[in-house]
Design a protein around this ligand. Structure first.
Ligand SMILES: [Zn+2]
Length: 131
């Protein structure tokens, strides 16, 4: 079943906690954060978060202005919340894919079971949670 060539995502506890509390704070709006980390041999390690450098208050992911993002090789992707519905990427999410991985968190943002990782083809990626 497992595709050996598929990337894996390592999410450390600090960014995990940060993502969950940020999404709760933004609810019922979507929250968006930039994922910072590194990618090596197909393992994407997320070790910190960056709040996007623009104000974002909408209820959907539509129109996410990527051109506002500074170019930074340590930006490995984006996480955003889905206040309603499943954590599947929407067409808009796929069109706005940034970096290597897209994390989607579904309500109620309680724990690691509410977070899902996707690649730019819309394939789900395994997330390994680390301390
Ligand atoms: Zn979305």
């Amino acid at each position: 079943m497992a595709d050996e060539s598929r990337r894996k995502v390592v999410l450390k506890k600090d960014p995990l906690d940060g993502i969950l509390s940020y999404c709760k704070m933004k609810h019922p709006n979507e929250g968006i954060l930039i994922l910072k980390g590194k990618s090596k041999k197909g393992i994407i390690t997320i070790d910190s978060l960056v709040i996007p450098p623009f104000s974002y208050g909408g209820q959907t992911f539509a129109g996410f202005p990527h051109s506002f993002l500074p170019f930074d090789l340590s930006y490995v992707g984006i996480v955003h919340s889905h206040p309603t519905g499943p954590a599947d990427p929407s067409i808009t999410d796929m069109q706005n894919f940034f970096g290597l991985v897209s994390l989607i968190v579904k309500s109620p943002y309680e724990n690691s079971e509410d977070i899902f990782a996707w690649d730019s083809d819309g394939n789900s990626l395994e997330i390994i949670f680390e301390n």
